[in-house]
Design a protein around this ligand. Structure first.
Ligand code: RI2
Length: 305
């Protein structure tokens, strides 16, 4: 067995979306590095470093828009230290565990802060399947706020199905709608709560395709549009001008090209919501205006220009 086997296995699952959801992807990347360190049975520092660099490359090539993946790896690499294999191994395992623990705590805090924003007897709309946004909705429900949820199915992967099943399990009244019905139902909604894959330094939020449309509908109807995002969703690269790559996945996720000869099919899976349509971003460090994204990036990652 090679020390990269479990890394490759996790990378494959991230690529095929068996492991999905931005937070989950970040934790999986940290776990993969931990497995690499655990499985490494060589004696040479150089060999360990070559392997961990290869692991990084494999993981980073899976989903280009998932900043959590890059930030999780960055977190572990920053804390990797030692002059021998044993200390390197221990530091990687420790950092990966820390990242996973911080991520779980962040979701719990966002749940608490987010629940404060959900009024009693209200209807919340959500898109896709975000553990951070669901945390807030479920916490509000557990606080006895008597809420209901309208959730989009979220083509082409139908992650909305996971959302509605989860909410129904919690005993929250929930309605499943097609994505294009979001404006039709916006008139019944008190607050929109979604997650984020990436937050850029100008406060734009990159999330599942259709999110920016939901923000536009909410804006038109004067419904608050709230994003739940841990600080490791913020992208340091955007400070130096890099644009967040919008992942375009296999078109067969949308339709079988063989049935549509002469037709071009496209499948972008994320879109960018500009900050002017976002009322607040709920992070584990508190509720902020999207225009404070740069400050969060500076504090979390340090900015060297
Ligand atoms: P949490 C998902 O991406 C969705 O876009 C969701 O809104 C976002 O990650 C955040 O999810 P995908 O992996 O981190 O389904 O809040 O493409 O769970």
């Amino acid at each position: 067995m090679s020390s990269l086997d479990r890394v490759k296995e996790i990378a494959e699952k991230i690529k095929s979306m068996e492991i999905r959801g931005a937070a989950n992807i970040g934790r999986a990347a940290a776990r993969a590095l931990m497995y690499y360190a655990e499985d490494f049975d060589g004696n040479f520092v150089e060999e360990f470093m070559d392997g961990v660099t290869e692991a990084r490359k494999i993981l980073e090539s899976t989903r280009p828009s998932a900043v959590t993946l890059f930030n999780a790896i960055r977190y572990v690499f920053k804390r990797m230290e030692g002059r021998d294999v044993n200390s390197l191994r221990d530091s990687v395992i420790k950092a990966a565990k820390q990242f996973i623990e911080n991520s779980e705590k962040a979701i719990e805090r966002i749940g608490r802060f987010g629940a404060e924003r959900i009024p009693p007897n209200s209807t919340v709309m959500t898109h896709c399947n975000s553990s951070a946004a669901l945390g807030a909705i479920i916490t509000a429900h557990l606080q006895g706020k008597d809420i209901e949820v309208i959730a989009t199915e979220t083509r082409p992967w139908y992650q909305g199905h996971i959302t509605v099943k989860r909410l129904a399990e919690e005993g929250i009244p929930v309605t499943l709608i097609v994505d294009s019905a979001m404006r039709y139902f916006m008139k019944d909604v008190d607050i929109v709560m979604v997650g984020a894959d990436t937050v850029a330094s100008n406060g734009a939020v990159i999330n599942k395709i259709g999110t920016s449309l939901m923000a536009l509908c909410a804006h038109e109807a004067r419904v608050p549009f709230i994003v739940c995002a841990e600080t490791y969703k913020f992208s340091p690269e955007t400070v130096i001008g890099k644009l967040v790559k919008i992942e375009e996945r296999d078109v067969r996720e949308v339709a079988d090209p063989k049935e549509f000869s002469g037709v071009k099919i496209r499948n972008p899976v994320f879109d960018a919501t500009p900050p002017e349509y976002i009322d607040a971003i709920i992070t584990e460090k508190g509720v902020i205006s999207p225009y404070l994204a740069y400050e969060i990036i500076k504090e979390e990652f340090g900015v060297s220009l």
